[in-house]
Design a protein around this ligand. Structure first.
Ligand code: FAD
Length: 322
């Protein structure tokens, strides 16, 4: 018996959140005595697929069909169902992201399986198959017990830190009989909403809050981010005020990130904000109020005016790079 994990890639490159999904599937497999089979779709090199072994995949089924380079939810579902049947899988893991949301519920409906979207924990087997998830935009948590024979779990990305092992995966091509309706949707255009560095995978993040005073000052955040090769993020009031796009908002009701370095500028450090960033390895806080709560969660703090500190920090990074 296998735990199946649906692995996405971005133009042939597997992003960190997918390694996390594989590692999560591996954790469940260890509890249930199963093996882990990853399923990957579309054009991608074997050398990239092999990386999944280090996160716990024993086998990878590759549906090597370039029509799957674009998201076709029905075709993706057909491919996954083929893999699930082949492996006799009873537990299916996907990410709670755009592709996962397009595919996992379809798979669950076809298999009459219970589904948890936005899982934050491993299933507690002593209490059945109990999983914690956030509900009402993160205002509360629910504990959901999946009682159906087949179970679908959509993991919230960036919930667990990922760590490599010495594991290796074998790769098998999986032939799939697609039907006429599988490719019924035509993708006309894909427009990227993220900046140069994708926020959910970024190792370095520079984030701004209401202390930045307005969107006209955001170039200070962007300049520093550019010098560091970092992604940009923001607090919720900033995106609510349309200073920044909503996909940059981090926290309880926004994205959860786990970068190596999180630089928070003009952000007070409310618990709802911390909920999305407190897994960061190193937190640097720049705030003019020495009593700002964020300093308690920070590894390093700068008490000062963001408008003065940011240009100096950016200059220092530039010099350091020379
Ligand atoms: P403020 O609280 O206004 O803080 C601004 C900070 O900037 C202050 O600490 C101030 O000292 C500092 N400052 C001001 N001027 C300067 C300057 N010139 N230089 C340096 N520092 C300066 N918030 C989120 O971020 N993410 C969430 O997901 C989220 N979810 C929420 C869910 C719920 C149910 C609720 C009730 C709230 C949620 N919030 C969330 C809002 C959260 O409670 C805070 O209100 C919010 O995080 C505050 O944003 P801020 O720190 O940017 O602004």
């Amino acid at each position: 018996m296998s735990v199946i994990v649906f692995v996405e890639h971005d133009g042939g490159v597997i992003k960190k959140k997918n390694f996390e999904a594989v590692q999560y599937a591996s954790g469940i497999a260890q509890k249930t005595g199963a093996t882990v089979t990853a399923v990957i779709l579309g054009t991608i090199a074997d050398a990239e697929i092999e990386k999944l072994g280090a996160y716990g995949a024993q086998k990878v089924l590759h549906v090597d069909d370039n029509r799957l380079d674009e998201l076709h939810p029905r075709a993706y579902t057909t491919a996954l169902l083929t893999a699930i049947e082949k492996e006799d899988a009873k537990i299916i893991v996907a990410l709670n992201d755009i592709n996962g949301r397009a595919v996992a519920p379809r798979v669950a409906v076809k298999l009459k399986a219970g589904l948890v979207a936005g899982a934050l924990t491993y299933p507690d087997m002593e209490k059945g198959f109990l999983i914690k998830k956030a509900v009402y935009s993160g205002k509360a948590f629910a504990y959901v017990n999946i009682t159906s024979d087949t179970k679908v779990i959509m993991l919230m990305p960036n919930t667990f830190p990922v760590a490599k092992t010495e594991g290796k995966a074998t790769i098998e091509k999986l032939p799939v009989n697609f039907g006429d309706k599988d490719f019924g949707i035509k993708v006309k255009e894909v427009s990227k909403v993220t900046g140069e560095v994708s926020l959910s995978d970024a190792a370095l993040v520079v984030s701004g809050g209401r202390g930045m005073k307005g969107p006209e000052n955001w170039y200070l955040i962007e300049d520093l981010a550019k010098e560091l090769g970092a992604a940009t993020a923001c607090s919720r009031p900033v995106s609510d005020a349309d200073w920044r796009p909503h996909h940059e908002h981090v926290g309880q009701t926004g994205g959860t990130i786990r970068p190596d370095l999180y630089i928070a500028v003009g952000i007070s450090g409310a618990i709802q904000h911390l909920a999305g960033v407190n897994g960061s390895k190193t937190i640097v806080v720049i705030n003019r109020d020495p009593e700002a709560p964020f300093f308690k969660a920070a590894n390093y703090g700068v008490i000062g005016d963001a408008m003065e500190v940011l240009p100096r920090l950016t200059e220092a990074v530039k010099k350091f790079k020379l």
